[in-house]
Design a protein around this ligand. Structure first.
Ligand SMILES: [Zn+2]
Length: 301
């Protein structure tokens, strides 16, 4: 048995081939084209390259940022030239095989649930804190998803009114078109925006997190409280066994301890909180999760 996973990002397309033990046995990386037709061709070329080694019929999973609307099959994605196109269908046509197309945050959640920190847990929630904020929930080693395919878009829930009022924060416009999404405060650019608003200075997220005193400490605490409030909401809905953090902001030293403290303070009085850990799959999580989803789809659909 083998499986193919593709991590399709805004700058690189990386294909990984997995053997029967889910170890990586082949890898290919290309730059991501900016033009839609070239993008489809580049992804299809990687699939053909991988299938030539594993054999026709190998499950192929493509993990990419953004959404595909199940009502019309069209993609909506900020960092790929695919918005408004039937991207999964075009890739399948060009490659000449079926593919599973998986949101990258959902792929990471599945990978961590099956292979990573959550492998002893029933319900694993991933929260990706990067340029945007997204996530996914895996239950019994399957991605929890339904007819809208929007489950996991945690960043586009509303920011908590009590914290906005307490800290006198503005309501910012989100990339999704709505006002006041929590992503506008807690994604990487949101943390910078918070610092600018609260201190008047342009500061990078690592600088904010490392300055544990003075004005920047307040900024970091507000960020932790806003993020912990999202974790509280998600816990009240899904009550996961484990929360796995991924994305660029998780490189900040002490983020797990600080968020754990903030989550305990945010939780309903006297109740425990889910354990928070960092994703351990590193840069293979997306491809491995997508490959695993494709393998599951082929076995069970
Ligand atoms: Zn939004």
């Amino acid at each position: 048995m083998s499986a193919i996973g593709i991590d399709l990002g805004g700058t690189k397309i990386e294909t990984q081939i997995f053997d029967g033990t889910w170890a990586v046995v082949g890898r290919r990386r290309d730059d991501t084209p900016r033009d839609y037709n070239a993008l489809v061709k580049a992804v299809a070329a990687q699939i053909s390259w991988a299938v030539a080694q594993t054999g026709v019929g190998t499950p192929v999973g493509v993990g990419a940022a953004g959404l595909v609307n199940p009502a019309n099959g069209l993609a909506l994605t900020a960092n790929l030239a695919a918005t408004g196109h039937p991207f999964p269908a075009d890739i399948a046509d060009a490659a000449g095989c079926d593919i599973s197309y998986v949101n990258d945050c959902r792929a990471l959640a599945l990978s961590e649930a099956v292979f990573g920190q959550g492998k002893e847990c029933r319900t694993v929630m991933a929260l990706i804190l990067g340029t945007g904020v997204g996530g996914g929930i895996a239950v019994d080693r399957r991605i929890l998803q339904g007819p809208t395919r929007t489950g996991g878009e945690f960043g586009h829930t509303s920011a908590p009114a009590h914290l906005i009022a307490r800290h006198n924060l503005p309501i910012w416009q989100c990339g999704c078109g709505r006002m006041g999404c929590v992503e506008t405060f807690i994604a990487g650019p949101g943390l910078g925006r918070l610092a600018k608003h609260m201190t008047g200075r342009d500061v990078s997220p690592p600088e904010i997190a490392h300055a544990r005193d003075g004005a920047m400490a307040s900024v970091w605490q507000v960020w932790c409280d806003l993020t912990a409030d999202l974790l509280r909401t998600l816990t009240l809905i899904a009550d996961p066994d484990l929360i796995v953090l991924g994305g660029g902001l998780t490189k900040i030293d002490g983020i797990v301890d600080d968020l754990t403290q903030a989550a305990i303070a945010a939780q309903l009085s006297g109740f425990t909180t889910p354990t928070i850990v960092l994703a351990e799959g590193g840069d293979t999580s997306g491809a491995r999760g997508a490959a695993f989803a494709a393998w599951q789809a082929q076995r069970h659909d």
